[in-house]
Ligand binder design. Structure first.
Ligand SMILES: *Cc1c(COP(=O)(O)O)cnc(C)c1O
Length: 225
């Protein structure tokens, strides 16, 4: 078995266990296999092992490697998990089935334009919350999330389905997951994109519906991206 396939199998097992522990059905959690920095040759065995949902954090990188793979495997779904620049909204709408990083009004405007231009495309939208209020990190501040979600709905007509968070490095992730879940609950949002290789079991215990797992499947990346 290729290393990535055994990595995938191990992650699958751990997700199944976390779901059992949380008394949640396995199909309440979507594994987003984060393939950033890995090329098509590294990704193919993961597709061959049955994985259909993949995450990328850069539009340009995804554009370079995914169209060919998607053409060969039409059931693949791509999730954009990294920050999105407004000038890449066109490519993002064309390529991705979900965008986890909606976090500002200027991006809403750019996306609204592209969604109107590309009526066949309906990416699922998540709002990113900067739960640690880190200046270098994307996402709306927790205190601004309710108002931003209301504007997404009322001004732009977006059916946002969930929230995404990336807890600060070096902090216990649990409180950040719990805060994200609380904001989602009071806004009636069913989806929670939270949990990465190091903490997806904790995230599932706290309600994650989408876990974004890279290195536990694909192995270490040369440098943090
Ligand atoms: C890279 C990345 C991940 C996956 O990280 P791993 O620790 O390799 O699982 C998840 N979410 C985002 C936003 C990322 O950029």
């Amino acid at each position: 078995m290729p290393a990535v396939a055994s990595g995938l199998a191990a992650v699958e097992q751990e997700i199944a266990r976390a779901c059992r522990d949380a008394r949640r059905p396995r199909d309440s959690v979507t594994l987003v296999a984060v393939s950033k920095t890995f090329d098509a040759d590294a990704i193919r065995p993961v597709i061959a092992a049955g994985q259909q949902v993949f995450g990328e954090n850069r539009v340009q990188e995804a554009r370079a490697k995914w169209p060919e793979l998607v053409a060969a495997h039409p059931d693949i779904r791509l999730h954009l998990i990294g920050p999105l620049q407004s000038n890449k909204a066109r490519d993002a709408v064309a390529l991705f089935d979900a965008i986890h990083s909606l976090d500002r009004e200027s991006l809403c405007e750019a996306l609204a334009k592209e969604l109107a231009r590309q009526p066949g495309r309906h990416p699922e939208l998540f709002v990113q919350v900067n739960t640690g209020e880190e200046p270098q990190k994307a996402g709306v501040a927790p205190a601004e999330a309710d108002a931003f979600l209301a504007r997404c709905r009322d001004v732009y007509g977006f059916a946002v389905t969930g929230l995404m968070c990336i807890p600060p490095a070096g902090e216990a992730p649990g409180p950040h997951f719990a805060l994200t879940a609380k904001i989602a609950a009071r806004n009636g949002l069913p989806n929670l994109s939270m949990g990465m290789s190091a903490d997806f079991a904790t995230a599932i215990a706290l309600g994650a519906t989408h876990v974004r797992v890279g290195s536990a499947i694909f192995g270490g990346r040369p440098k943090p991206v």
